[in-house]
Design a protein. Structure first.
Length: 581
């Protein structure tokens, strides 16, 4: 196999949820999803709206609509305490500049004006501009700000370059969809819907206009909850009105519906949290001792009794007994990836294993949900889902560090363990339709069981769902920047392909030469076309990894495509890949 030949096998990609409490603060190991930039038609990075721009003695400074200021020095952005000047710098001799949606320049004292930012009726800098400034040292050095960030010209406005890369001004208002398979993460700003595509490393892509209204709408399994600006919540089921209740005097900002029981829901308004267990017939205030400011987002897991909220002062975790008389017992602050930032939204994935949060200006971050420390879960290490196990599968126990694992009378090797995650390999010899586990550490013993199949294929993905697909000759990871080429050979890293021949000991890295072959018949499906795997073996030097190699046809469709594996009829997770001729 091309690429790394070392035998380090553990991909602890979920991030540790270290429940070290500093006062009432929980610290997590956050990772960022995407970056802080939006792809722009100019090819430069864009960002959120900026209000003012001016030149300082050492660089350029900008301010946001919320009056936060940033200074560009030595090719990077730094937070600033500079005050926004009252006067605009827009004149140098007879050269004048002005902003009226676009940027204009005049060489005759303002009698005639040349539009600097519109070509064929289209603004080359995107949304309307709000301010312009001239360098006091050079009338040709001009900067503008507007709906898409900050831009600079060194030739009096003939050409422009964005200065938005790295500027913490990605103003996400809501997390709409989480990354899963072919789907990337979707978020909204005040004006746009943005998506981070798996394997796309440049920036967020606009996927349409975000329709702005004053309604908060959530729907699950024929239940519809609508929150209004006047504090009322309307609930319907199967298109029939269930209730209309005045929950608060302030606007409803977010609603969360229990996917297991849609009659249970949470709503936030102002700095209060409300709960219903009867589809809105009654809402009770479960805010408790929370004192973290105005609430912006809420997510929960009823099984573990966990609630997460995002507020103007950060992220908070509360425990709650989801019963008619339940109440929040305590709130703890969760230390964010960027401390002291407003958390504009929070989400949990479908299995309640991962916590996602959007931080004002800085984008989206994810970490293992801290409630897993009290309620461990067994997941597939390839795509982090709770799916069937198969002989040889690499699996993770999240929430606990284990010292020993057994399945019946059989020992299960613990391959690696940190404070809040352990990895195991399902024994190749395991049989039956269930994989029961008895785990042990210094705190005690507990049991978990997962269904068992002869094969349960899953392609490994990274933190933003980029699949572990490599060029077979160079070992380069293939993504939007390095697409699959027609006529090439690719290698797919997977787990769950079942037994191999000759037999191989569980927990031992596969040999670098002549690794055991997969017994199952393996097919690769690319863009709907079935391809025969030219090689399917254990991945040399790794434990629990399988290597599938396939030749790409010379005639393929260009663009994005769906890729998945099938082993003895069992299909795996779908991933997004990029193809070019």
């Amino acid at each position: 196999m091309a690429g790394p030949s070392h035998s380090r096998l553990v991909f602890l990609l979920l991030g540790a949820a270290t429940l070290l409490s500093y006062g009432q603060e929980i610290r997590l190991d956050w990772r960022q999803i995407g970056n802080r930039s939006i792809l722009h038609p100019t090819g430069d990075a864009a960002t959120g709206a900026l209000q003012r721009v001016w030149y300082t003695s050492t660089g350029i400074a900008v301010s946001t609509p919320e009056n936060e200021t940033w200074q560009f020095e030595n090719e990077q952005w730094k937070p600033s305490t500079l005050e926004v000047p009252e006067e605009r710098q827009r004149a140098s001799g007879r050269t004048l500049y002005k902003v009226d949606g676009d940027a204009f320049r005049s060489e005759d004292g303002g009698r005639t004006w040349i539009n600097l930012t519109r070509v064929d009726g289209i603004s080359i800098l995107g949304g309307p501009l709000s301010d312009l400034a001239i360098s006091p040292l050079n009338a040709e050095d001009v900067s503008v700000v507007g709906a898409d960030g900050v831009w600079r010209s060194l030739d009096g406005g003939q050409t422009w370059a964005g200065l938005n890369d790295g500027l913490p001004n990605l103003q996400i208002t809501r997390i709409v969809e989480l990354p899963s398979g072919l789907q990337g993460m979707k978020v909204t700003t005040a004006e746009k819907m943005l998506e981070w595509h798996p394997g796309q490393k440049l920036g967020w892509m606009s996927s349409g206009v975000n329709a702005r209204n004053n309604l908060v709408v959530e729907t699950t399994r024929n239940y519809l909850y609508v929150g209004l600006e006047d504090g009322r919540i309307i609930v319907t089921s199967n298109n029939s009105l269930r209730s209309v209740q005045q929950v608060s005097e302030k606007p409803i900002r977010r609603i969360w519906i229990d996917p297991r029981d849609p009659a249970t829901a949470l709503a936030i308004s102002g700095d209060h949290l409300f709960r219903t267990f009867n589809a809105g017939q009654f809402w009770d205030d479960i805010t408790g001792s929370f004192a973290g400011g105005s609430l912006n987002g809420v997510a929960a897991d009823t099984v573990s009794g966990s609630i997460y909220v995002g507020s103007d002062t950060g992220i908070y975790y509360g425990s709650f007994g989801f019963s008619p008389i339940g109440s929040v017992t305590e709130w703890k602050k969760v230390r964010a990836a960027v401390p002291d930032r407003r958390a504009t939204d929070v989400r949990l994935d479908a299995a309640a294993n991962q916590l996602y949060v959007s931080l004002d200006g800085y984008g989206v971050f994810a970490a293992r949900a801290p409630h897993r420390r009290q309620q461990p879960a067994l997941i597939n290490s390839a795509d982090w889902t709770q799916r069937h196990a198969a002989p040889g599968t690499l699996m993770s126990i999240i929430g606990q560090s284990v010292s020993s694992v057994r399945s019946g009378d059989q020992s299960v090797p613990v391959l690696a363990a940190d404070e809040d995650e352990s990895q195991i390999q399902v024994p190749f010899e395991i049989q039956g339709d269930a994989f029961p586990l008895r785990m042990e550490n210094s705190e005690g013993q507990w049991n978990l069981t997962v269904p068992l199949q002869e094969t349960a294929p899953a392609i490994f993905i990274d933190q933003d769902s980029t699949p572990m697909v490599l060029n077979a000759d160079s070992g380069v990871l293939l993504d939007a920047m390095n697409p699959i080429r027609s006529g090439s050979r690719i290698q797919i890293l997977a787990t769950g392909l079942g037994q191999v021949t000759p037999t191989w000991p569980t927990g031992l890295p596969a040999p670098l030469d002549n690794p055991p072959a997969v017994k199952a018949t393996v097919h690769v499906f690319l863009d709907g076309q079935q391809l025969e795997a030219t090689r399917a073996t254990l991945a040399p030097g790794y434990v629990g990894f399988y290597l599938v190699e396939v030749e790409i046809p010379h005639l393929v469709n260009t663009g994005t495509a769906e890729l998945y594996l099938e082993a003895d009829g069992q299909q795996g997770n779908r991933v997004r890949v990029y193809i070019e001729p």
